[in-house]
Design a protein around this ligand. Sequence first.
Ligand SMILES: Cc1cc2nc3c(=O)[nH]c(=O)nc-3n(C[C@H](O)[C@H](O)[C@H](O)COP(=O)(O)OP(=O)(O)OC[C@H]3O[C@@H](n4cnc5c(N)ncnc54)[C@H](O)[C@@H]3O)c2cc1C
Length: 369
Amino acid sequence: MLEVDYAVIGLGAVGSAALYFLSKQEKNVLGIDRFDPPHTMGSSHGETRITRLAVGEGREYVTYAKRSQQIWKELEAITEEKLFDSVGGLLIESGTQAWVKYGGSSFFDKTQSYAESESISHQILKKKDLQKKFPAFQLTDEARGYFEPAAGYAFPDRIIRAQLDLAVQQGAEIRVHQPVTQLRQQGPWVEIDLREETIRAKKVLVSAGGWIKDFLDEKEKSQFQICRQVLHWVKLKKDSPMAANKSVFMWGYGPNPTDFLYGFPSLDGETVKIATEQFESVPHPDFLNRTVSQDEQQTFLKEKLEGKFEGLLPEILRSEVCFYTVTPDAKFVIKSHPGMSRVLMVSSCSGHGFKHASALGEQLANQLL
Ligand SMILES: Cc1cc2nc3c(=O)[nH]c(=O)nc-3n(C[C@H](O)[C@H](O)[C@H](O)COP(=O)(O)OP(=O)(O)OC[C@H]3O[C@@H](n4cnc5c(N)ncnc54)[C@H](O)[C@@H]3O)c2cc1C
């Protein structure tokens, strides 16, 4: 039986970072994934992720967002590959009622307050300034904007690939296409069942994204909601204000969490990636509908985009399905497995985890060590 000191189960955004940091300090480290990451079955695909420092989801996350950007810079220096781009990020709140993302008060106000208390450079823009600087957005008179120059986008595939490649260079072993089917704690060991093999590890991190549910009992697993999300690449009119937009954006245009759009500058000159969020859930990632119908695309164009942007054509060139794993308060869950003290578990970060994942992986590696 293979025996290792540390095993990481799930090598997506968080697990690949944990493996990278574990293997910096320890040689007897194993990473296992049910697919071959980076892949398109979990929560970390779809070309880009927004990163921002003043995160309205909670002041406690600011340190993770800052540290992740530092880690990406370090990885960029080693790999000589572009992993993220600080193109600046715009948050807009419009409408007469405050937009509430995850309960509590206005997401905009929280963002501004964290930026001020954490000394994060930013500007607050009124409608007149917004229209001048961001003419693509069709705003109401009450609209206000928060612009953060250090925000931007990250390339999730490249970051996961870099973390895994470097982990292997540092001595980690990786098993792909190997779903872990069961864990058992036996004395000083955790036994990890793969389909045709059992491996022993002294300490284990389960960073299995939405599949965290497979490692928990009914009561525990019910706190994780698997929420299908769809990304759309919408066609641009040539030479339009939308084609000229260089920043990432988040736009809460009404009071509800789903009254929300976010998007990216065009990477191909032909399309922009834009998406909304939804919080209806399925019981498990296996139950996700992974196809996007033309009807669904038309509904998105009509209900979400119409009248909001200058310079988009009513045409979607492609769409992709991804999913959030959302906890009741939309926070992260990091804790020992309820029945196995040698197993540390991390949830898939409620739809806002990529910007924090590398720092979170570093912290989890240190916790295990
Ligand atoms: C559409 C969309 C947009 C998003 N936008 C943003 C954004 O702009 N900014 C931001 O910060 N965050 C964003 N997020 C959230 C962020 O991407 C996720 O929080 C983060 O990527 C989750 O990473 P993870 O490592 O937890 O999960 P994953 O990357 O899904 O990794 C889990 C891994 O575990 C493996 N695995 C599962 N079960 C097993 C098993 N039994 N055995 C072995 N391996 C297993 C899987 O194959 C997978 O590789 C977005 C998410 C989605 C879906």
